[in-house]
Design a protein around this ligand. Structure first.
Ligand code: ADP
Length: 622
């Protein structure tokens, strides 16, 4: 027991050390620069015009700030003190004002017209990059919480965060210019004043601590926010509506909200206190030491010592504020680069992720053929037990195969392996005599037309929902025939825009909200419209009534001709016409044969079939 506790503590320490090391690595200056450069490069790729004008404008703003607040003020006050003519001073002011106004007018066009268009262009570039990667990420990644968190963060924040790097750089440039100009001015007046200006740099440490706490705070909040979003979804998504009204489900969800609030509060207290303390120290330091200190020094030199002009004293009072504001802002900017880096690190982790299932352009294409599972075993990541054990099956091209068995027996998992959504842990899946891992992935998957149990229709036209690709008018006839075969056309032809109707009303008020059964028929039309060598159906008839289901299977078998069909169905009556039936139990195949053979065998299949038939006769289909 003591040994066990020691081992656990050691493991925890090890884990802590690893996390610390990881954090240190993330904070390393080199990494911070590289991550921020990455962001700037991506903005440049999205729109060089945007970055050029944006950063150029910060030079202009910085210079104008100095001209108006520092240089001009000193020039006027000292000019008046020296008895310069008002006309000369006014000419000076007007010339500057005209220059500034003309430049601001040009920039205002940029901010209001060019900028929104260009920043959307950058957004599209970043989204394209992320979505391309997202489409390649294996299903297994969705089950790895650490990866999934980074994935969600990348999707959620990449665009904003990448643009923020440019905003920070823009701010930094403007501040550097204003700071340099004002510092030179102060240095000319009195070199000692620079000391007051430099003090905010010391406070940078606290700003950095505050930003690290901010990032940790956000990271800790992520899983809580995800839970909260999930609870929200259960209240507004139609798919939960029925269950939420039965029993006490909505109360359980409200309890969940309460737990979320408690966790949220605990986390906010933990990190909020750190953030507040760091901010307090840096603010007090800035206000008291820098601004008040310099003011007292200037007043002392002007009033008591008497070797400073009133003009210079006013400029100091004005410039020291600007300098400390700039320095404070610059420190904040540098800390922000660190903060951006932590987030961009996650984005890059996601973008750099190399899917284990790769698309190898040089690998051969698949063109159908016999499918063979040879001693295949499979275990989900993190699961304790294998879901499939030692499965061996053979499906000749053109055969119609049914997979039956109780829930959880492994039928869907077997189909996922067939589609290469996962690879086996042991054994091999072959197509036409070759390991499926050796085919080009996209070409291998094109071999299958599928309808899943949890099928989805998209908020696009019926045609696009059936073909799942770019479409032309020539596709219409094919789509209409497929809809007829799947039994969906009766409904679709009555819609005002027929196959051009948008499914769902989410974005189109003239769209069609189909029933689940009708949606399933539209999904089924996909397999009729495509001509892939193999059709895979995972409970394709779950939302259909028995008559519609029977008709659908009849059509499917006729339309499939020499295409292979692998289907999972909970109604054994639909398996009757299959060339072969595999009965699965606890991840293994326990019976194989045609319906007739299995009935004659009087084993488990026959028992299940009789039981279901009795339910039919008894009027239930359970
Ligand atoms: P069936 O299709 O026969 O109902 P499945 O293949 O869906 O069975 O599931 C078989 C077993 O694998 C079940 O015990 C299920 O809980 C488990 N399982 C399914 N998907 C996952 C997953 N993504 N991660 C871990 N276990 C899973």
């Amino acid at each position: 027991m003591a040994e066990e506790i020691k081992e656990t503590t050691e493991a925890q320490n090890e884990e802590k050390k690893k996390k610390k090391k990881e954090k240190k690595k993330k904070l390393a200056l080199g990494r911070t620069i590289s991550n921020n450069m990455f962001a700037l490069k991506e903005i440049w790729k999205g729109s060089p015009l945007y970055i050029a004008v944006y950063l150029g404008s910060s030079f202009i703003y910085g210079t104008f700030d100095f001209l108006t607040e520092g240089y001009l003020l000193r020039r006027i006050v000292n000019g008046i003190e020296a008895g310069e003519s008002v006309t000369a001073l006014l000419r000076y002011v007007f010339t500057l004002a005209i220059i500034i106004l003309s430049v601001y007018t040009a920039l205002s066009w940029f901010w209001n017209v060019t900028s929104p268009i260009q920043s959307r262009k950058i957004g599209a570039h970043i989204e394209k990059m992320l979505f391309r990667k997202a489409a390649k990420v294996e299903l297994a990644c969705y089950e790895d919480p650490a990866f999934y968190d980074k994935y969600v963060k990348a999707m959620d924040e990449a665009y904003d965060r990448i643009l923020k790097v440019m905003y920070t750089l823009d701010n930094l440039i403007a501040r550097v210019i204003a700071l340099s100009a004002n510092s030179i001015l102060l240095f000319i007046i009195d070199p000692w004043l620079i000391l007051f200006g430099l003090f905010p740099l010391v406070l940078g440490v606290f700003r950095r601590l505050e930003n690290i706490a901010k990032h940790d705070h956000k990271t800790a909040q992520k899983p809580i926010n995800r839970r909260a979003k999930y609870v929200r979804r259960t209240f507004y998504l139609g798919e939960y509506a029925k269950e939420m009204r039965i029993g006490e489900m909505y109360r359980r969800m409200l309890d969940e909200l309460k737990d979320i609030y408690t966790d949220f509060k605990a986390i906010t207290l933990k990190y909020g206190l750190k953030r507040a303390l760091a901010r307090f120290i840096s603010n007090v330091g800035l206000e008291v030491v820098t601004i008040l200190g310099a003011m007292l020094y200037a007043v002392w030199k002007t009033v008591l010592v008497g070797d400073m002009t009133i003009g210079d004293c006013i400029v100091i009072l004005n410039s020291i504020g600007t300098i400390s504001y700039c320095l404070n802002n610059m420190v904040q900017n540098l800390a922000e680069f660190g903060e951006h880096s932590l987030f961009i690190d996650d984005v890059r982790y996601f973008l750099d992720y190399e899917p284990k299932m790769k698309e190898d352009e040089n690998a051969p294409a698949a063109h159908g053929g016999d499918i063979v599972f040879e001693n295949v075993s499979f275990k989900y990541e993190g699961a304790e037990k294998e879901t499939l054990h030692n499965i061996s099956i053979e499906i000749k091209q053109g055969e119609k195969i049914a997979l039956v068995g109780h829930n959880g027996s492994g039928k869907t998992t077997l189909v996922k392996l067939l589609l290469r959504l996962y690879d086996p842990c042991e054994g091999v899946v072959k197509l036409d005599g070759m390991d499926v891992r050796d085919y080009r992935l996209s070409s291998y998957r094109d071999n299958y037309s599928c309808v899943f149990q949890d099928f989805k229709v998209f908020s696009l036209s019926v045609v696009k929902n059936v073909l799942l690709r770019r479409t032309t008018d020539e596709d219409n006839e094919n789509v209409i025939n497929a809809l007829k075969e799947s039994g969906a056309y009766d409904k679709i032809e009555k819609l005002e825009k027929e196959i051009e109707t948008t499914l769902t009303r989410e974005f189109d008020e003239n769209g069609a909200n189909l029933s689940v059964g009708e949606q399933q028929k539209v999904s089924l039309a996909r397999v009729f419209a495509q001509s892939s060598p193999c059709i895979v159906l995972d409970e394709p008839s779950s939302a259909l009534d028995p008559i519609a289901e029977h008709k659908m299977f009849e059509n499917m078998m006729r339309a499939a001709k020499d295409r292979s069909v692998v289907f999972i169905s909970h109604r054994l009556s639909s398996a009757v016409d299959a060339d072969r039936i595999y009965l699965m139990e606890n991840g293994s195949i326990v019976e194989v044969g045609s319906h007739k053979e299995l009935m004659e065998k009087e084993g488990k299949y026959a028992e299940m079939f009789h039981l279901q038939a009795k339910n039919y006769v008894g009027g239930g289909d359970k």
